[in-house]
Design a protein around this ligand. Structure first.
Ligand SMILES: Cc1cc2nc3c(=O)[nH]c(=O)nc-3n(C[C@H](O)[C@H](O)[C@H](O)COP(=O)(O)O)c2cc1C
Length: 381
């Protein structure tokens, strides 16, 4: 049986050498949006790691769209150069890169993850962080104690659409093979989608069609900004996990429209819109707890999907592909722990193609394996 995880996938003009993806993971340590040495080393590990596609974290299209003061950005021309070494290294190793274009919306101007992910405190501001008024569909704070967002005007929306377009151009200039629009986790675009955050009474609120209007305008504008051969992904929260919120059947409708406007892959995450809804990385859920959403959209909307969320073993990743649940498998936290996850998965699934490793390592490792018979970390005596 063909191992699907290591079967190439062509999306528009780009061929991924395998179906393993490193999903976007914010590192919260950029300098006014610029990627730093930390990012170059961090993504460099993934360039060596064997995943066919490496995402670079949620990257703000405007300065006030940053979730935290430490988020990467693509709002200055100078950001382009800071990403170039990252995309170059991934390309040099034979893999592809994708930049996640994001706007934090009402969850912007908050603390870095390790500071608590909450609203900025006086201590944070004294330490040099800036704060600002975030934007949202309605003037409803994420939860008590968070900043109340400014209800966006049509002019604000046009500015944000333009920022996504400029961000897409800069991403290509920085060498990314494709981009993803962040429409998940309660950030700006998802907050328009869900009735829990969007209580507008104009053309951008109320009915499902109205709530989808602004996110779709962004998708149309970004698609137009990209050459035909460049793939476009969109990450969505397939459900808010809250009664009366965004539901999987809404995601089916959205995915159909995303497909119509030229989005190629829906990256299926969930939650993040309200404090009491489950988050996308909830550990109380079981393995592959979001994969059924990827399957639903793949079947009902006929669009390629990426499954993500507590997928840790090569066997499970392969099974999801064999079952037709998704086209791509993202490995997040497990890859932070083990950046060589994809190489190890190839080993486990019997695809021992040492060519996928950097030759500087492969030469030694192939001999090592022949000698030891196994790469397991077991004592030699
Ligand atoms: C450190 C960290 C940072 C994250 N940052 C982002 C991000 O920038 N954009 C995003 O869409 N999801 C983000 N996520 C969610 C991951 O992309 C992924 O969906 C989630 O961790 C579940 O997958 P996993 O169980 O394989 O880790 C982040 C997760 C982690 C652990």
């Amino acid at each position: 049986m063909t191992v699907k995880l290591f079967t190439p996938l062509t999306i528009r003009g780009v061929t991924l050498p395998n179906r393993v993806v490193i999903p976007p993971m914010d590192m919260y340590c950029a300098e006014d949006g610029h990627a730093t040495d930390f990012h170059r080393t961090h993504y460099g590990k993934f360039a060596f790691g064997g995943a066919g596609l490496v995402f670079v974290e949620a990257t703000a299209v405007t300065r006030t769209g940053r979730i935290t003061n430490g988020c990467t950005g693509i709002y200055y021309d100078s950001h382009v150069d800071s990403f170039r070494p990252i995309t170059q290294q991934i390309r040099d190793m034979g893999f592809k890169s994708c930049l996640q274009l994001a706007h934090g919306g009402r969850k912007a101007a908050t603390q870095r993850a390790w500071q608590g992910n909450g609203p900025l405190t006086q201590e944070n501001l004294d330490a040099g962080d800036e704060t600002w008024t975030p934007l949202g569909p309605s003037a409803i704070a994420f939860t008590d104690g968070w900043l109340e967002p400014k209800e966006m005007t049509r002019a604000d929306m046009e500015e944000v659409i333009e920022a996504f377009v400029v961000g897409a151009h800069r991403a290509l200039a920085a060498g990314f093979d494709m981009v993803e629009i962040h429409m998940a986790h309660g950030y700006l675009l998802q907050s328009f989608l869900t009735p829990l955050a969007n209580q507008r009474t104009d053309d951008y609120g109320g009915s499902l069609a109205n709530r989808m209007r602004f996110p779709l305008e962004v998708a149309v504008a970004v698609r137009d900004a990209l050459p035909d051969e460049v793939p476009l992904f969109t990450r969505i929260s397939a459900t808010d996990w809250i009664d009366g919120g965004w539901e999987p059947e809404d995601s089916v409708e959205l995915a159909k429209l995303l497909k119509q406007v030229g989005v190629d892959v829906v990256d299926c995450s969930s939650g993040g819109n309200m404090l009491h809804g489950a988050t996308n990385s909830n550990l109380t859920r079981g393995p592959a707890y979001q994969a059924h959403f990827a399957k639903l959209l793949r079947e009902e909307a006929g669009i390629m999907t990426q499954a993500v969320g507590l997928i840790r073993t090569p066997e499970l990743a392969e099974q999801l592909l064999q079952d037709g649940q998704a086209d791509l498998i993202a490995i997040g936290r497990q890859a932070l722990f083990n950046p060589y996850w994809a190489h190890h998965a190839a080993e486990k699934l019997g695809v021992t193609d040492w060519d996928t490793w950097p030759p500087q390592y492969a030469w030694w490792l192939s001999k090592w394996k022949r000698g030891l018979g196994s790469m397991d970390e077991e004592p030699l005596v």
